[in-house]
Design a protein around this ligand. Structure first.
Ligand code: AMP
Length: 306
């Protein structure tokens, strides 16, 4: 099963209580593509960068098995740039700069080699762009996964709702689920979001794990408690990438497979936050993943009798 990824390929400048970076490699699609490569899943990225984007980063993605034919290079343009500063708790951050640059007039083109993708992961981007990608697929993929955020709820709600209607799995965080549904209870929020379209609703709760809702059933996982969180940037994208890649690996989109996929996504995100940007994700192997998944199992398995 091939995974088609749409999202930003970007430069990020990040400041956390532990340090600061200049412009480094970032972007939602970058994290997702790297997650797929750790899982040995064939993926392709549809995105756009400027002439200032290093060929070495494109080569790095390509060498790792990510199809980059769909990454358009606008020679005279500048790559999307995002800069953020995390607060001391690392759970909240301020966006300092967003320079949309070449993403402003992005007209996604899907390479013929990716038209048969069975899973489409729409990374956080303008919902109009996400929708246009789905419309450009000759055949509807088996599964459409949508990642979005409050920014689009504030600025492009109508088109976001249109996108949500065509989505199978939505991943959003708890505050965004509350905003989208108008409900405080996450149970009620998930119910309302189901009614908007998605049969599967994933609500991420940062350091408190994630919930998966489907047809009245609910599955919960914790986040792995880590001694050190260095930089949370890309955790959500890595989570979505790990989740989608596991489904692609297992060639299944059932609720049972999604439960395991949630663990994989969460385990992979726990690596991303250990170093700045994509650095840690570029280091880890399938064996590292298996070790961490084992830790997850030990954390959550118990027998009890009264
Ligand atoms: P996350 O920490 O999972 O929310 O994702 C962070 C990544 O999202 C960074 O690498 C940014 O380059 C990218 N990003 C931030 N804002 C936007 C935006 N408005 N559109 C597309 N990508 C963005």
């Amino acid at each position: 099963m091939k995974l088609l990824v749409v999202g930003s390929v970007a430069f990020d400048a990040i400041e956390t209580p532990f340090g600061k970076t200049d412009k480094i490699l970032g972007g939602a699609a970058t994290y997702i593509g790297l997650a797929a490569s750790v899982m040995n899943v064939k993926s392709g990225i549809v995105s756009v960068v400027g002439g200032d984007f290093p060929q070495t980063d494109l080569d790095m993605l390509s060498d790792r098995g990510v199809n980059i034919e769909g990454i358009e290079i606008v020679k005279e343009g500048k790559t999307f740039f995002w800069s953020g500063k995390y607060h001391n708790d690392l759970n909240t951050r301020d966006t300092l700069i967003t320079e949309v640059n070449v993403l402003e007039n992005f007209d996604p083109k899907i390479p013929a080699s990716m038209q048969d993708a069975e899973i489409l992961l729409l990374g956080n981007l303008h919902p109009g762009v996400q929708l246009s990608v789905l419309e450009k697929m000759e055949k509807r993929p088996k599964l459409v996964i949508l990642d979005t955020m409050n920014f689009w709820m504030d600025s492009a709600l109508d088109i976001l709702m249109e996108m949500v209607k065509k989505t199978d799995v939505i991943t959003i965080n708890d505050e965004e689920a509350r905003q989208l549904s108008g409900e405080y209870s996450l149970m009620k929020a998930a119910k309302k979001i189901h009614e908007m379209g998605p049969q599967f609703v994933i609500i991420k709760k940062g350091e408190h794990g994630a919930l998966l809702f489907h047809e009245g059933k609910i599955f919960a996982i914790p986040a792995l408690p880590l001694e050190e969180v260095f930089d949370p940037t890309g955790a959500g994208d890595t989570f979505a990438g790990g989740f989608a890649s596991y489904l692609a690996r297992k060639k299944s989109v059932s609720f049972e497979t999604m439960k395991a996929a949630l663990i994989v996504g969460s385990a992979m995100a726990s690596f991303t936050v250990e170093k700045f940007g994509t650095e840690r994700l570029q280091e880890i192997t399938a064996e590292d993943m298996n070790r961490r998944i084992k830790e997850f199992k030990e954390l959550t398995t118990f027998e009890v009798e009264v």
